[in-house]
Design a protein. Structure first.
Length: 248
């Protein structure tokens, strides 16, 4: 179970070096998809700045960068002490490797308009918190834009826990809020810096079924190839949608 996993031993730097030092084909596709999803939403709904949240941010900044044009605050949440420290350092001066991801985002005018001010803007709007996903429903605030990448299926082997994690994320969003999520398909667990971590074996249909009850328009798709970034999974699942307007 999630509580039994040694999250404070998670090697954030090793995870970053393996996954984000360069842009994989799968991540390039995912970044393009979430860019287009958010840009489309805010082109049709330009009201006011959003309050963004990235749940289980880990060592991955591209979800936060994808929210940057529209937010006056972005909360990066992670339970692991090592991930919290990594994110706090990145907030101050993020690694040049993230510029490769920004180049993909910058193909849309909303991102291109930020231009060279993106690092200054990132420092200004981002805050980092060490916090547990499963405690989110107890917080009074709600967020109007959200991301959760490779988190709910990577906490334990329990499908019920996976479902609960997805529900906690969606219930943290305001009705109508756009969101983007991604999951490892049929993951058998993963290793970071010599430490083994569990995973829940899930399919695209299970992701859709799990999210549909709290979502309005919801679209899912598979990207990537089996074992493209590590061994023990068959692909990645991206789910983009909006928090259901009729469910509080």
């Amino acid at each position: 179970m999630n509580a039994d996993v040694p999250w404070d031993r998670f090697d954030s730097r090793a995870y970053f070096e393996h996954n984000y030092r360069s842009v994989s084909d799968a991540d390039a596709e995912i970044v393009s998809m979430i860019r287009d999803h958010f840009a489309d939403h805010f082109s049709r709904n330009p009201d006011g700045p959003a309050q963004g949240i990235d749940v289980g941010a880990g060592a991955n900044l591209y979800p936060a960068l994808a929210m940057l044009p529209w937010c006056d605050t972005i909360t990066l949440l992670d339970r692991s002490r090592n991930n919290y420290r990594f994110l706090a350092r990145q907030r101050t001066a993020y690694d040049p490797s993230w510029d490769q991801f920004w180049e993909i985002l910058g193909r849309d005018p909303a991102y291109a308009a930020i231009g060279h001010d993106r690092r200054k803007r990132f420092r200004r709007v981002v805050r980092v918190e060490q916090y547990d996903l499963f405690h989110l429903p107890h917080r009074p605030e709600r967020w109007s834009l959200g991301t959760m990448f490779f988190v709910a299926e990577s906490l334990s082997t329990s499908y019920a826990r996976f479902q609960h994690g997805v529900e906690c994320f969606l219930r943290a969003l305001t009705p109508g809020a756009p969101f983007a999520t991604a999951f490892m398909e049929h993951s058998q667990g993963y290793e970071v810096g010599g430490q083994r971590f569990p995973a829940c074996d899930i399919s695209e249909s299970q992701v859709y079924e799990c999210m549909a009850g709290l979502s309005g328009k919801l679209e899912t798709c598979r990207v990537g190839r089996p074992n493209e970034v590590r061994t023990g999974y068959t692909g990645m699942i991206v789910a983009c949608g909006h928090r259901d307007m009729g469910i509080s």
